[in-house]
Design a protein around this ligand. Structure first.
Ligand SMILES: [Zn+2]
Length: 321
């Protein structure tokens, strides 16, 4: 079967490998779609991965169950699924261990790309929930890539009163407005934080902070009300500098998105599947560019370029998906 393996920094190759044999506690998936994550790009370019090579690749995936081991509960041949989290799934077939994952079943009307984006949504909404958004609460989302757009929609779905979104790129700010942001700000503009207001919650969804005005997270922490909360969701590719007195003097909570509570993760995945199926959260437009699996190297180069019109890059794995 076809699979993508990394052979070194910026070197993703299509290889022919054995179709995985399913173990008793595994389900075999025919992979239909895989979308590239920011963390995939950092793994590929060597910033967050240093081997050993060759190494399997990809994790935001959706596909069809084609075989189920006798020890697997709750899955049947023909189910359309995504899962959080098991790496190495950019391949035509992939064996998952459902007992260790949060498996989501896709409504029939969802596309394979929506299914693959549900993986990211589940990861992000864990962090959104950690911040306890709810009625009367105002949130500021930093970064309007797919992570930030998911945090924005998730906070609204969980009852936040209002969400303001910040990004340097106009195309991404427009996306945020179309997905429910009440306003947007450009953190590249001098003095942007002076008129942005105050917030109960801050969601940091930044990959690489290119603002010439200083670290956006540091300035934004100054906008969080006393006893407010900042959740760090984006996997930053660089070190950040923050003035910790902003946290100390106002008793802020600074917390991360991910945790090892799989029962909670399954609850979030079920919510994500429901909200995408009923249109509460829209992930269908995240993928702006598509490539066949044979052109994964070019897809990664485009995703790494962060060109203005690029949001998420999709890889079509099955020929007829
Ligand atoms: Zn991811």
């Amino acid at each position: 079967m076809k699979a993508i393996w990394l052979y070194g920094p910026r070197d993703a190759r299509l290889v022919a490998t054995e179709k995985p044999s399913r173990k008793p506690d595994e389900a075999l998936i025919r992979v239909e779609s895989c979308v590239l994550c920011g963390s995939d790009v950092h793994q590929w370019d060597g910033r967050r991965f240093h081997g050993p090579y060759p190494h399997d690749f990809g994790h935001e995936t959706a596909g069809t169950v084609v075989d189920v081991g006798p020890a697997v509960r709750g899955l049947a041949v023909g189910d359309r699924v995504t899962w959080y989290l098991q790496h190495g799934s950019l391949a035509e077939y992939f064996a998952i261990r459902p007992a260790e994952l949060a498996v989501g079943k896709l409504a029939d009307h969802l596309s394979w790309e929506e299914g693959a984006n549900l993986q990211l949504l589940c990861a992000v909404l864990r962090g959104v929930a950690n911040g306890e958004p709810g009625p009367g609460r105002r949130a500021l989302v930093l970064g309007c890539g797919a992570v930030g757009l998911s945090a924005l929609q998730g906070a609204l779905a969980m009852g936040a009163e209002e969400v303001v979104a910040a990004d340097l790129i106009p195309f991404r700010r427009e996306r945020a407005l179309s997905l429910g942001a009440s306003a947007t700000v450009d953190p590249g503009r001098p003095g942007w934080h002076a008129g942005a207001g105050e917030f109960d919650l801050l969601y940091d969804c930044v990959d690489e902070d290119r603002s010439p005005q200083g670290d956006t997270l540091d300035l934004a922490l100054g906008l969080v009300k006393p006893l407010g909360c900042c959740v760090v969701i984006g996997l930053s590719s660089e070190l950040r500098r923050i003035d910790t007195s902003r946290i100390v003097n106002r008793g802020l909570r600074l917390i991360g998105a991910h945790h090892a509570n799989m029962a909670r993760c399954r609850e979030i995945m079920a919510l994500c599947c429901q909200w995408v199926a009923d249109g509460t959260i829209r992930v269908a437009d995240y993928v702006t560019h598509r490539f066949p699996i044979e052109e994964t190297q070019q897809a990664l180069e485009l995703a790494a370029s962060q060109a203005p019109g690029v949001l998420k890059v999709g890889i079509q794995v099955a020929a007829d998906a």
